[in-house]
Every structure is written in structure tokens, then in C-alpha cells.
Design a protein. Structure first.
Ligand code: TXA
Ligand code: MG
Length: 321
């Protein structure tokens, strides 16, 4: 069922979950302070209750209603530079925030999305909206409405179709709870851009290999975002080899000879174009009956590091990590 923004706001006010476009990926949104609505998100996604949700708000003032204290000058500087946009901040939470949202943690993840439809819905319903990516837990994130429709075709969820997502990678997550800011998830905003505004260097994430050890920080498990088709990641600049007769090859930049079953993320080698295409390409090829997909990593700099983070996770299940 495709919704108008008004219909979406009404359903959200009734405590229903709705898929919405953001500038990063599609989110599965619900009233962030309604534990029943939040439980619906976890159920629909098959997401473990130990993995907390990001809350989306219009502005810093709305965010501060959910945090323990007003934003520090460090947080304010980041907000001024990057909100609305693909930056999620982790801060100590207000006591009124339900435990199910934060998976019992004393902290909350907050971001102000830039997508005009998402912002219109936030203004209409006047609620903070929790929204994880709108995919079944562990599968590829959706960057088009059709990805959401396809992944949930057995039990359709209402959706606002805002076209393809501009950025195509989930937000950069920065933990501001400690004395030094820590990058928990690389994303569309590079560490360098954040460091420039903060005037300090960031602690970098530590990937966590096993879902069975207690979480240092949720969401940093190595395995995540996998397609069903086995995916193999090759270093940037290397030649891709066919694993089986029916293998798809994805190069970072358009190769000179484009053979059958060969694809590319960017015609010109643009990192932002590749970021916007990577999940779309994997969604498309995952339903074409290939036995394997081999993909070349992005150049390991700037946004390329965020693309490679997602590809490393997507391929981890198939490389025995
Ligand atoms: O771009 C995005 O961030 C998208 C769009 C829809 O906004 N959302 C998204 O949500 O990627 P999700 O749930 O797929 O990823 C959120 C990540 C998870 O890895 C979760 O563990 C982490 O944020 N997270 C949420 N609350 C946290 C907290 N209090 N401390 C540390 N990590 C947290
Ligand atoms: Mg996700």
C-alpha cells in the first residue's frame, strides 16, 4: 500500500509502523515513545531486542527532549555543521525514553534526516520517530521503495515512495558519551569531515566478530547486510575471477570491455555514485539466480572506506569470518 504523507502521519499517530524514505536508506518508522509501536518494528524486521533503534527528529530542540542534558558544545558544533543530514549522535538518554527503544542502554541514538518527505511527516505527526533500515534483520538495506516491497512481499507494510535514496549508505554514527568521540559506523560523512568540525581525532570502531559475545556497542557485528547469493570481495584494482559458470562480476569503475554478467558501480569511478548504487546493485543481482557475486572494493579513502565497511560485512558470512 503506497501512502501520502498525510496518511503516513495518521498511521504513525495510531502506533503503526510505516516505511519511509530518507536521504540514506529507507527506514521502518514508528512512534519512538510508544513501546507497542516499537515492538512492531522489532517483530516486522525480526530484529533482536538487544539491538537499539535510531530516533529521527526535526531539530536539536526536539532531540534535547530525549537526552539527559542539553547538547554539549561538541554536539552543537556537529549539529550546526551536519544536521539535517546523515549523522547519528549517541548521547545519554532522558529517563522518560522507553527501554525497548534503547535495548536497555542508558544512551540514545539521534539523527535529523534531510529527506523532505520524512521531514514533512515529522512536522505533521509531531512525534519523534524510531526508524531502523526497512529490511529484514541481517539482509541488505533498501535504497528504493521497490526493495522494501520485495523484501516484505509476504506481509506488505505501508510505504511512502520517495524514489531512490540520494546517498545509499546508512548514516555515520558517532558516540559522544565518552571523553573522546568514537566513530561507531562509518557512513556518508567521512571521519575527516567530523574531525575538522570537532577539532579532535576520533576513536575508530572495533568490529565485533561474534553475535554471541556481549555487545561492546550494538551494530558493530561483522556479519550484516548480506545478500542471499554468496558474495566475494576483492581488493580495489584486482581482477575478478568467475567462481562458477553463473557468476556476476561487479567492478568499481566501468571496465573497458563490458562482458556479459559484468557490472560496475560508477561509470566514472565516482565514490558518491558508487555509494548510491552499491545496495541497489546487490538487491538487483541477488534475485537473478547467480551462484556467486564477486565485487571489487572501492578505493580505500573517504567515502570508499564506508562502502568497503558495508561490503566487508556483506561478504563476511561467505568468507568464513
Ligand atoms: O541512515 C540511517 O541511520 C538509517 C535511516 C533509516 O535513518 N537507519 C539505520 O538504522 O541505519 P539501523 O537500525 O539499521 O542501524 C542503527 C544502528 C544499529 O547498528 C544500532 O545498533 C545502532 O545504530 N544504535 C542504535 N542505538 C544505539 C545506541 N544507543 N548506542 C550504540 N549504537 C546504537
Ligand atoms: Mg540496518
Amino acid at each position: 500500500m503506497d501512502l501520502s504523507v498525510l496518511q503516513a502521519a495518521e498511521l504513525l499517530l495510531q502506533g503503526k509502523a510505516v516505511a519511509l524514505p530518507t536521504e540514506t536508506v529507507y527506514g521502518l518508522a514508528a512512534h519512538a515513545l510508544d513501546p507497542q509501536a516499537l515492538k512492531a518494528i522489532f517483530e516486522i524486521k525480526g530484529r533482536p531486542l538487544t539491538n537499539p533503534l535510531i530516533v529521527h527528529v526535526l531539530c536539536q530542540g526536539e532531540a534535547e527532549k530525549l537526552t539527559l542534558a542539553p547538547f554539549s558544545s561538541r554536539a552543537q558544533r556537529l549539529v550546526k555543521a551536519f544536521w539535517p543530514g546523515p549523522l547519528t549522535l549517541i548521547l545519554p538518554k532522558a529517563p522518560s525514553v522507553p527501554d525497548v527503544l534503547t535495548a536497555g542502554r542508558p544512551t540514545i541514538a539521534l539523527r535529523s534526516p534531510k529527506h523532505p518527505l520524512f521531514r514533512e511527516i515529522l512536522s505533521l505527526c509531531k512525534l519523534p520517530l524510531a526508524a531502523p533500515s526497512a529490511n529484514p534483520s541481517g539482509y541488505l538495506s533498501p535504497t528504493e521503495a521497490n526493495h522494501v516491497r520485495h523484501m516484505f512481499h509476504e506481509a506488505p507494510i505501508p510505504i511512502v515512495d520517495g524514489g531512490p535514496c540520494q546517498l545509499g549508505l546508512e548514516s555515520t554514527i558517532l558516540d559522544l558519551c565518552g571523553p573522546q568521540a568514537r566513530l561507531l559506523r562509518p557512513g556518508p560523512l567521512s571521519a575527516e569531515a567530523l574531525e575538522m568540525v570537532l577539532g579532535e581525532s576520533l576513536l575508530t570502531p572495533c568490529m565485533q566478530a561474534s553475535p554471541h559475545t556481549p555487545l561492546l556497542a550494538p551494530g558493530i557485528l561483522i556479519q550484516h547486510y548480506s545478500p542471499r547469493t554468496p558474495l566475494y570481495l576483492y581488493p580495489y584494482g584486482s581482477a575478478l575471477e568467475k567462481k562458477t559458470a553463473k557468476t556476476a562480476l561487479i567492478y568499481f569503475k566501468k571496465p573497458q570491455n563490458l562482458e556479459e554478467h559484468t557490472y560496475f558501480l560508477s561509470e566514472t569511478g565516482s565514490l558518491s555514485e558508487a555509494a548510491a548504487q552499491v545496495f541497489r546493485m546487490l538487491h538487483t543481482l541477488d534475485v537473478q539466480g547467480y551462484n556467486a557475486i564477486c565485487i571489487e572494493a572501492a578505493p580505500p579513502e573517504g567515502l570508499g572506506l564506508s562502502i568497503n565497511d558495508r561490503l566487508t560485512r556483506a561478504a563476511a558470512k561467505f568468507s568464513g569470518i
